[in-house]
Design a protein around this ligand. Sequence first.
Ligand code: VG1
Ligand code: CO
Length: 542
Amino acid sequence: MIETVSTTPYQDQKPGTSGLRKKVPVFAQPNYAENFIQSVFDCLSGFEGKTLVIGGDGRYYNDVVIQKAIRMAAANGFGRVLVGQNGILSTPAASHIIRKYEAFGGIILSASHNPGGPEEDFGIKYNASNGGPAPEHLTDAIFERTKTIETYKTVQAPDIDLSKTGNYDTAGMAVEVIDPVSDYAALMETLFDFDAIRDLFASGFSITFDAMSAVTGPYATEIIERRLGAPAGTVLNGTPLPDFGHHHPDPNLVHARHLYDAVMGANPPDFAAASDGDGDRNLILGAGIFVTPSDSVAMLAANAHLAPGYAKGLAGIARSMPTSGAADRVAGKLGIGIFETPTGWKFFGNLLDAGKVTICGEESAGTGSDHVREKDGLWAVLLWLNILAARREPLKQIVEKHWAEYGRNYYSRHDYEAIDTGIANGLMDGLREKLPGLAGTEVNGMKIETADDFTYHDPVDGSTSSHQGVRILFEGGSRIVYRLSGTGTSGATLRVYIERYEPDPALHGIDTQEALADLIAAADEIAQIAKLTGRDAPTVIT
Ligand code: VG1
Ligand code: CO
């Protein structure tokens, strides 16, 4: 029996960079999750009788929202739901399942690398039939709908037992609880030379992978230990926990510091990696080296032909605007297209669907390809392993040879977290006002060539996305970018991205913050960060 339940709208359900993210107590308010899910369904059409994929990263509150979503899918007329066992589906695996089973779309429950628990973060996003995040025109429509919604639809039905795979039924709608790993693992086998990676491991190459008590545990254990033969224990923290063991499942040099210390210490492993809460980010390390995400996308693109799935070469490369220009140089040499998109994976979807690009990347530890429509942490790890298996050189040597060939893009991101929203908006507004007068002026001895607020024109559907970040370009190719985060859940986060290109191999061994010191000072001078925020240093430097 379909029930139509009266509800009152919330005014704060604006999807950010990747869906709606709020603290659990916000999501736990009456009808909060229901309002958003119904608003998504209200903005879609033609899904009657079709398949919806549902899964998440296993964080606290996933189990509750999954059952709500299943009942609402039944009431709204979906014909079938595919849901991962125990509610688990990594973001890239969900994208693959949507594509493989030709589903109408999917609901992914995650707040990515943010902590989980009763007082921590939760999130919902909708992915379309191509497996990718809802495009901006759809997330805008969903937000408008959330402001006026008056009712949502659900059914009276018992919870589905998600602990076992099998076929179930919710008020006449088929529900299949599926193995979250097998389809994804099979896809990876089609892309990479598993025999070569197995041989590499058998030769004594040592690897460690930290799943950070998040969603990639079951995937990494199956693929890296079982299928590729790495020793048991290679995967650390391999069981997904609702609170990620009280850690931030964020694979960066702060929250995965122990891996950095291991590769920089005595007897380092040959390779170390990690992924985030929902499995779409990656951290790549080798003995004596951290590969920045911006460098990683460039180096993966330059070497991708060594993996069977990319042996025919790449159609093109896309990177988000704040990501360094290292990939541009690779695209230039390969003679393929390079595209610069706003932050967030949703902007890559059209380019991938149109066959214009094969590999995409973001400076925030996201890399992926046309195999799915999300960034994919384990994919990046496996592509690196395939390259290492083919080249049989230390990772550090591959990185240094790349810099010698293409030059090095020194790059860093400075985050100022949890600043007052009014102050953050004021800072950005002030910057935007200054823009017209900046070109041609000098800051800290460096001449500004151009300054603008990035507007993206989608070459596939012709849509325009404006106010995507303030860019200050200096003579010689150095760059400062400012934007506000769209994923934070407390206050505002200002992100400042700093980049300098260094062609001379003799100067490739400088400490990054030192190499960028003049630009870092200029970034403060131009935006008056210290003065306006009262902060004398960033919260996080990556
Ligand atoms: C951040 C990153 C962005 C990434 C997004 C989602 O967004 O900067 O590159 O796509 O997180 O990543 P923002 O708006 O806070 O800068 V994740 O792993 O959620 O899915
Ligand atoms: Co993520």
